[in-house]
Design a protein around this ligand. Structure first.
Ligand code: 6R9
Length: 637
C-alpha cells in the first residue's frame, strides 16, 4: 500500500480528511516510514510562540528511511545518476547499496574528526555526489548540516559559520561550473580567518586547483576515507534521533538584516518531503527523475536528497549549468539518461527559450512524462513553451509553490491528476490550509480576490525556529497576522478557487529564482568607501524574472564607470555574484518622506519605466528629487 493519490476524487477526499482530522491523516501517512519507535502524539502546536511538534515521542533516523530500508528489495537500483559539468567526463551511478556504503564510510570520517550528535557542520561543495554523501553522513550521526551554496562569497560563508558555530567545514579544492572553476577551498580559507569555532576542514579533490592545507586544521577527504578502510569496521549504525531534533539549518534572505538560519526538524520534514515528492510528481518505481536545482538551496535538499531517496527514486544530479557546452545541455541529459520527470525553474526555461529552438533539434525528448516548475512565478509564454516544446504538448506541468521555510511543496497540481492553468499553482496539497488576508488583517473568504498569502494550520515540513533567535522567527512569520504563518507572498484566487502566486509583497527580490534581500544588497553597497547611501528595488527582467536596480549616492574618486565596477566587486565579495545589481544609477538624493523613510514605491516605478503616475506623493520631503531621478533613469539601460 502506498500513500500516493492517483485520481482527482481521491485528492479531494484526502484533502477533506486532512482538514477535518489532521492527526489521523498524518498519522496514517507516517505509517509508511521506518521508525525505531512510534510517536505518542501526532501534533502539538501553537502559532503564538510558535511551538510546533510533530510525531512527538518517536525515534528515527532519516537515513534509514532514505537508504537502509531500500537495500533489501532495491539495493541495486540507481539512487543517484551523476552527470558531470563536462560531457566528455564519464557519468557516475550510485546504487542504493553503494550510496549507503559511502554514507556510512563518511559518517565514520566525521566521527573520527570529533563530530558528535548536535554539532553543526558547514558543507560548501560543488554539485558532486559527495555533496549528497556528506549531507546524509551528517544526518546518519545526528550532526546538523548547514549547506552553503557554492556561489556565496567568503564573507557570506563566515557569517553562516559563525551564526551556527560550526565545528567542521567540508569543501573541495574547487568546482566546475560551465567554463569557470570555483576556487572553493581558497574561499573557505578567506572565510575562516573570521571563524573561531571551526576545528577541522575536510577537502575533497575535484578540480585539482592548487590549495594550501593548514597543518592541524585541514585534511583530505580521500586520506580520511583510507583511514576508515584500514580501521576495517565499515558499517555505521544510524544514530537514534528524536522526532523534533534539528536535521539541518539553511540560511535564507528576508526583508531585513542578515540571512536567517531556517531550522528543519527530523520526522516532520521526512514525512512531508516523502509524501509530497511521491504525490506531486506521481513518481512510479521505474522512473528517472531530474531536478536541476543545486543542493545548496531548499529545492535540492528536499527534492534531490531527502524526498526522492525516501521514496526509493532514481535521481539525476547535474554538476553544471544549462548553457554549457551549449544551450542544448538539459536536453542531452534528458536523452542520455532517459529522464521521465524534469523539475526546473522558470528562469532556466526563459533563458533556454531565448537561445532558440535550434537547440532542440534532433534531441530525443520522448522519455519525458511529467514536468515541474519552482522558484518564482512562471509566465504564460514560458509555461506554454515548456509544455509544447519539452512536454510535446502532453506532459502535465506541475507549478510548485513553496519556500525554504516550508520544507516542501505547499500549493501545486498533482502531475496528471489535478487540472492546470498556465501560471497557476492551483490547489493546496492535503494538509495545507492557505488563506488570503486583506490589509486590515481580515481573512478574505470570497473568490476572485487578491490578498496576502497565509497558512492557518501547521504542516509537518514547516520550520520550527530560526537558529539562535526564536524571537526573529516569531516576528518574521507569526506576528503579522494572529495565529497564522505569513508567507510574504501576494496571491490571487480565481473564481474557481485556484491559486496564482503573484510575487513577494515585502522587500525580498527573486532574481533567477534566488531570494535576495534588498537590505542585504544595500548594506553591501554601503560598505564601499565612496558610497553615501543606496536603495535597491526589483524590476521586471525578461530572463531573470526580476533584475536588481540600485540607486546610489556616491562621492566619485575617478570616473563613474570605475565606481560602478568597484561597487559590483564589493557586492560580489560580500555576498556573491548572484546579488550583483543589473543597473546602477547614481543620484544626488533619494526620495524620502518627511520622517526620513525612502519611498521605494516611487523608485520601483522609475525602475519599471512607469513614470506617468506616482500616486500620492504628498508625504515627499522634496518632490524635485523625483524629477531628477526620472531624467537620470532615461539614460540607463
Ligand atoms: C522553493 C523556493 C521562496 C519564494 C516564495 C515565492 C517564490 C517559489 C514559486 C514562487 C511563484 C512558484 N516562489 N516557487 N512564486 N510560483 N511556483 O523557491 O524557496 O528560495 O525560499 O523562495 O520564491 O516568492 O516566497 P525559496
Amino acid at each position: 500500500m502506498s500513500f500516493q493519490i492517483n485520481t482527482f476524487e481521491a485528492y479531494q477526499a484526502a484533502y477533506d480528511k486532512s482538514v477535518s482530522d489532521p492527526e489521523a491523516f498524518w498519522g496514517e501517512i507516517a505509517e509508511h516510514f521506518f521508525w525505531k519507535r512510534k510517536w505518542t502524539n501526532v501534533l502539538n502546536w501553537n502559532f503564538k510562540e510558535p511551538d510546533i511538534r510533530w510525531f512527538e515521542g518517536a525515534k528515527l533516523n532519516i537515513t534509514e528511511n532514505c537508504l537502509d530500508r531500500h537495500i533489501y528489495q532495491n539495493g541495486d537500483k540507481p539512487a543517484i545518476i551523476w552527470e558531470p559539468n563536462d560531457p566528455q567526463e564519464a557519468h557516475r551511478v550510485l546504487t542504493y547499496k553503494q550510496l549507503l556504503a559511502k554514507v556510512e564510510q563518511f559518517a565514520h570520517v566525521l566521527k573520527n574528526n570529533n563530530v558528535k550528535k548536535g554539532d553543526r557542520v558547514c558543507i560548501y561543495l560543488p554539485m558532486v555526489p559527495e555533496l549528497a554523501i556528506a549531507t546524509l553522513a551528517c544526518a546518519r550521526i545526528g550532526a546538523i548540516h548547514s549547506v552553503v551554496f557554492g556561489g556565496f562569497s567568503a564573507t557570506s560563508i563566515a557569517d553562516r559559520i559563525n551564526d551556527a558555530e560550526c565545528k567542521l567545514v567540508i569543501t573541495s579544492d574547487g568546482g566546475f561550473r560551465g567554463n569557470k572553476v570555483l576556487e572553493l577551498k581558497n574561499i573557505v580559507d578567506d572565510a575562516l580567518v573570521q571563524c573561531k569555532s571551526v576545528e577541522r576542514v575536510i577537502v575533497l579533490t575535484r578540480s585539482r586547483t592548487p590549495v594550501s592545507m593548514i597543518k592541524g586544521r585541514d585534511v583530505w577527504w580521500e586520506d580520511e576515507i583510507s583511514k576508515v578502510e584500514t580501521q576495517g569496521n565499515l558499517a555505521c549504525p544510524a544514530e537514534e534521533m528524536d522526532s523534533e531534533d534539528p536535521l539541518f539549518i539553511l540560511y535564507t534572505s528576508g526583508s531585513t538584516g542578515t540571512p536567517k538560519g531556517v531550522v528543519h526538524s527530523t520526522a516532520g520534514y521526512m514525512v512531508y518531503t516523502g509524501y509530497t515528492f511521491s504525490n506531486v510528481f506521481q513518481y512510479q518505481p521505474d522512473e528517472v527523475y531530474f531536478c536541476t536545482a543545486d543542493i545548496g538551496w531548499i529545492t535540492g535538499h528536499s527534492y534531490i536528497v531527502y524526498g526522492p531517496l525516501s521514496q526509493g527514486a532514481t535521481s539525476v544530479m547535474f554538476e553544471g549549468i544549462p548553457t554549457f557546452p551549449d544551450a542544448g545541455r538539459f536536453w542531452d541529459i534528458v536523452a542520455k539518461h532517459k529522464v521521465n520527470i524534469l523539475y526546473t525553474a522558470p528562469t532556466a526555461i526563459r533563458s533556454l527559450m531565448a537561445f532558440g529552438d535550434e537547440y532542440l533539434e534532433n534531441k530525443d525528448l520522448s522519455s519525458i512524462r511529467k514536468l515541474g516548475s519552482v522558484g518564482e512565478p512562471i509566465n504564460e509564454e514560458a509555461w506554454n513553451w515548456f509544455s509544447e516544446k519539452i512536454g510535446g504538448g502532453e506532459a502535465p506541468i506541475t507549478d510548485t509553490w513553496w519556500q525554504t521555510e516550508n520544507g516542501g511543496i505547499l500549493i501545486a497540481p498533482l502531475a496528471g491528476v489535478s487540472p492546470t492553468i498556465p501560471g497557476y499553482a492551483m490547489l493546496p496539497l492535503p494538509g495545507v490550509q492557505p488563506c488570503l488576508m486583506d490589509e486590515n488583517g481580515k481573512e478574505i473568504v470570497e473568490n476572485d480576490v487578491t490578498g496576502n498569502l497565509c497558512i492557518k494550520f501547521p504542516w509537518p515540513g514547516m520550520l520550527r525556529t530560526t537558529w539562535g533567535d526564536h524571537e526573529r522567527c516569531k516576528k518574521t512569520y507569526f506576528s503579522t497576522y494572529e495565529d497564522m504563518y505569513f508567507t510574504g507572498d501576494g496571491c490571487y484566487r480565481n473564481k474557481d478557487g485556484y491559486y496564482r502566486i503573484t510575487g513577494r509583497v515585502d522587500d525580498v527580490l527573486n532574481v533567477s529564482g534566488h531570494r535576495i534581500g534588498t537590505a542585504e544588497v544595500e548594506n553591501a553597497i554601503n560598505m564601499h568607501s565612496d558610497v553615501v547611501e543606496s536603495a535597491i528595488v526589483g524590476y521586471p527582467h525578461s530572463v531573470k524574472g526580476q533584475g536588481i536596480y540600485a540607486y546610489v549616492i556616491a562621492n566619485h574618486h575617478g570616473n563613474e564607470d570605475e565606481t560602478k565596477q568597484n561597487i559590483l566587486q564589493t557586492v560580489t565579495r560580500l555576498i556573491g555574484a548572484i546579488a550583483k545589481p543589473d543597473v546602477i544609477q547614481f543620484v544626488d538624493d533619494l526620495p524620502k518622506t518627511r520622517s526620513g523613510k525612502i519611498m521605494r514605491r516611487i523608485l520601483r516605478k522609475i525602475a519599471e519605466g512607469d513614470t506617468d503616475n506616482f500616486g500620492d506623493t504628498s508625504t515627499l520631503l522634496d518632490p524635485s528629487i523625483v524629477e531628477k531621478i526620472v531624467a537620470g533613469a532615461k539614460e540607463q539601460k
